[in-house]
Each structure stands twice: as structure tokens, then as C-alpha cells.
Design a protein around this ligand. Structure first.
Ligand code: CP3
Length: 367
């Protein structure tokens, strides 16, 4: 019988390529699946062209047809094993009324950052279909266009990572405002994180219901915390989210990936959440990670994105090294250790994806 994860597949969109979902569930695959964080983005000239047509980045996110177009662009170029929704993690705080905007060269900013107890108390959980309907429309449009070619990944930021932008008012190097709040007014910050945990849970569940077949939580800034503070201010809320997610849709398991950048020392406690897979950045050795948690979760990663500035031969060598470190057996999704940089030549991304498929076949029993 045609099954994935032990489930009958008769009543859902059949997937032509399900090796990404299978690897996340630590099931056998023919070759190691691969996708790239930020695979739709500024390194692609066709992305820059569509963005110019949309006017600006948020207009692109809010137009389902154009968001679908840019989601599919990297798949037209490279044989990627997954698509990722084109959107941003800051859609949730924007829907909370904080007024997201992008200043050229300065990254994201909020008109109304969260600074006082009154600002915190005013925060409410957005309704995903009403307040973030444009994201759900994008998910539905992309699923329709993909028509089962590869699975679609939905995503959200972690509560801690979203809170850094909301409280700092934009990107930060030192996180001084949120850390002052964490040390002086921990209960106030915990209220923010709690509202965010509920918001992320319902946002991701709505993406799953709209058709996303896996979800990833981006905890980009969890790694700036001490171990105790990571546990109490980041992991605790991701744990609540994982436990509140719909883990099955249309008879198929919906795997959850947790990615804390610079979180390599906390893999055991991340695995305790019950997530299916952990994302690794390149500062962790994937063979050590596998020894520590590989019998409990799949691992996603972990080539240094800067490798893509090197020659195709050197990129291939680096892919070979990481495949060898992971070794034979199930549960590896190849990826970069963080998003692809905007100055990478697209051909280098192609060399990377092809190298993963070509060199990984010998690590899997032919099926
Ligand atoms: O991976 C994908 O292809 C999906 C799309 C995606 C985007 N942002 C598109 C985007 C995803 C998954 C994100 C997540 C995101 N957004 C994170 C977590 C990322 C991680 O890897 O840890 C963060 C911290 C953000 C917030 C954000 N949005 C930043 C810091 C920026 C860059 C601003 C800048 O000017 O450099 C954005 C904008 C953004 N999000 C772009 C893209 C393609 C670039 C926008 C543009 O100018 O076209």
C-alpha cells in the first residue's frame, strides 16, 4: 500500500517527491533531500524583478499570486526537495498593530515598538484567517500551483525571536532593551512571550490547515541567551507551541522542525519538546549531533552558507564532508546552516543542490 509515516495516502494530494517528509520522519529515502533557507530571495535576478513589480517587500508578501511566483522561482532553477512559503516572520507583530516597515539598508523596523507595561497589556493574539489572511491565501495558492510536486514548508519565528524585534523596534546587535526587561521585569516579558506562543500556535495551525505539509520555527536569536535564560525565555515557549500544533493533516503526519541558531549546545533539551527535527547551524559538528540526539530526531543542515562563495569543486567537497560526517542511515535533510546570502551566484546554489543528490545516493540503500 502507498503509505507515508504509516498512513494511508488515498485522500490527500499525492506527493510526487516526498523524500523531504520521509527524512524528517527518519524513514528511508533514495537520496538525501535538500532545500536552502531563504531559497527565494535577492540572490535570484528573477526575484528582484518580481519584487520591483510588487513595489516593495511587504507588498510582495501580501499578494498571493506574486508570493507564489517567488516561492516557485528557486524550484524552476534547482531540483529542490521542498518549497518554503514566501513570507516573513514579522507578519505576526505587524498583525498585532506594531506597524512593520522596511528602511532601505537598515532591515525591518516597527513604528510602535513594545516598551511599557501598557504596550504589553495591549497585545492580543491575531486571528490567522482574518488578520493574516494574506498568508493563508499564499499557502493555498502555492499548494495549488505545486500540485504535489514537492511539500510546502510553513514557518514562523519563535516567541523570543519575534519579541527581540518587537521590543528593540527592529534588528539589534546587543538586545539591550529586551535583556533589560528580561532581568528587571521577567514577568512582563513572559506575558509578551506567552501571547506570542499562542499567536504562533494558531498561525502555524492555520498554515497547516491551508496546506503546509511541514513547519519550521526560526529561533534566530535564541543563541544570544545563557543556558538558563534560553530554557526559560525561548525553549519553554517553543515547547508550548510544539505541543499545541496539529501534527497530522489529511491523513499525513506534519513534521515540526526547530531551529535555534547557535543552539548546538542545547540539542538534547530541544529534542525533549517532541519536535521531529532540529536545524543545525555550521558551528555544530553533525556527527556529534547525531550521536547525541540522532535516535530521537532528524537533523537538518548544516553547511556554512559562505561556502557558496567558493568554487563548485570546493562546494562539492564540503557537501561530501558533511554527508560523510552524518554517515549512513535515515534522518538527514541537507541544508545550509543559515539563509543563503544575497551576493551568492545562483549557479553556486545549483552546484550545491546537485552535489547533495549525486554524492548522497551511496549513503542510502537503493529502494
Ligand atoms: O526561506 C525562504 O525563502 C522564505 C522566506 C523568508 C524570508 N524571511 C523572506 C525575506 C523567511 C523564512 C524569512 C524569515 C526571517 N525574517 C527571519 C528568520 C531567518 C533566519 O534565517 O533565521 C528573520 C530574522 C526575518 C526578519 C527579516 N526580514 C530580516 C532581518 C530581513 C532582511 C532585511 C534586509 O534588508 O536585509 C527581512 C526581509 C526579507 N525576508 C527578505 C526576504 C527575501 C529580503 C527582502 C528584500 O529586500 O527583498
Amino acid at each position: 500500500m502507498n503509505t507515508v509515516g504509516g498512513y494511508f495516502r488515498g485522500f490527500m494530494t499525492p506527493l510526487k517527491n516526498d523524500r523531504f517528509l520521509r527524512a524528517l520522519l527518519r524513514e528511508p529515502v533514495d537520496v538525501t533531500p535538500v532545500w536552502m533557507m531563504r531559497q527565494a530571495g535577492r540572490y535570484l535576478p528573477e526575484y528582484r524583478e518580481t519584487r520591483a513589480r510588487a513595489g516593495d517587500f511587504m507588498a510582495l508578501c501580501q499578494n498571493a499570486e506574486l508570493a507564489c511566483e517567488v516561492t516557485l522561482q528557486p524550484l524552476e532553477r534547482f531540483p529542490l526537495d521542498a518549497a518554503i512559503l514566501f513570507s516573513d516572520i514579522l507578519t505576526i507583530p505587524d498583525a498585532m498593530g506594531l506597524g512593520l516597515y522596511f528602511e532601505a539598508g537598515e532591515g525591518p523596523k516597527f513604528k510602535k515598538p513594545v516598551r511599557t507595561a501598557a504596550d504589553v497589556e495591549a497585545l492580543t493574539v491575531p486571528d490567522p484567517e482574518k488578520d493574516l489572511g494574506y498568508v493563508m491565501d499564499a499557502v493555498r495558492t502555492i499548494c495549488r500551483e505545486l500540485n504535489g510536486r514537492v511539500p510546502l514548508i510553513g514557518f514562523s519565528g519563535s516567541p523570543w525571536t519575534l519579541a527581540t524585534y518587537m521590543i528593540e523596534g527592529g534588528s539589534s546587535k546587543d538586545f539591550r532593551r529586551i535583556k533589560a526587561m528580561m532581568f528587571d521585569q521577567p514577568e512582563l516579558l513572559k506575558h509578551v512571550l506567552s501571547v506570542l506562543a499562542d499567536s504562533v500556535t494558531s498561525y502555524l495551525n492555520a498554515q497547516i490547515e491551508a496546506g503546509a505539509q511541514a513547519v519550521q520555527i526560526f529561533d534566530t536569536w535564541g543563541g544570544v541567551l545563557s543556558p538558563e535564560n534560553y530554557r526559560d525565555f525561548s525553549l519553554h515557549y517553543m515547547d508550548r507551541i510544539v505541543k499545541g500544533l496539529k501534527r497530522e493533516n489529511e491523513g499525513r503526519k506534519v513534521p515540526v522542525i526547530l531551529f535555534t541558531k547557535n543552539g548546538g549546545q542545547w540539542l538534547e533539551s530541544m529534542a525533549d519538546t517532541g519536535a521531529d527535527a532540529l536545524g543545525l547551524d555550521w558551528t555544530t559538528d553533525i556527527s556529534e549531533a547525531r550521536q547525541r540526539v540522532g535516535n530521537r530526531v532528524a537533523l537538518q543542515g548544516n553547511m556554512d552558507p559562505s561556502t557558496l562563495y567558493a568554487s563548485p569543486e570546493r562546494i562539492r567537497q564540503e557537501v561530501a564532508t558533511i554527508l560523510e560526517k552524518f554517515g549512513t542511515g535515515n534522518g538527514h535533510v541537507f541544508n545550509l546552516g543559515h539563509g543563503i546570502h544575497q551576493f551568492v551566484e545562483p549557479e553556486k546554489a545549483g552546484a550545491f543542490v546537485n552535489a547533495v543528490h549525486e554524492l548522497s545516493a551511496s549513503y542510502h540503500a537503493s529502494v
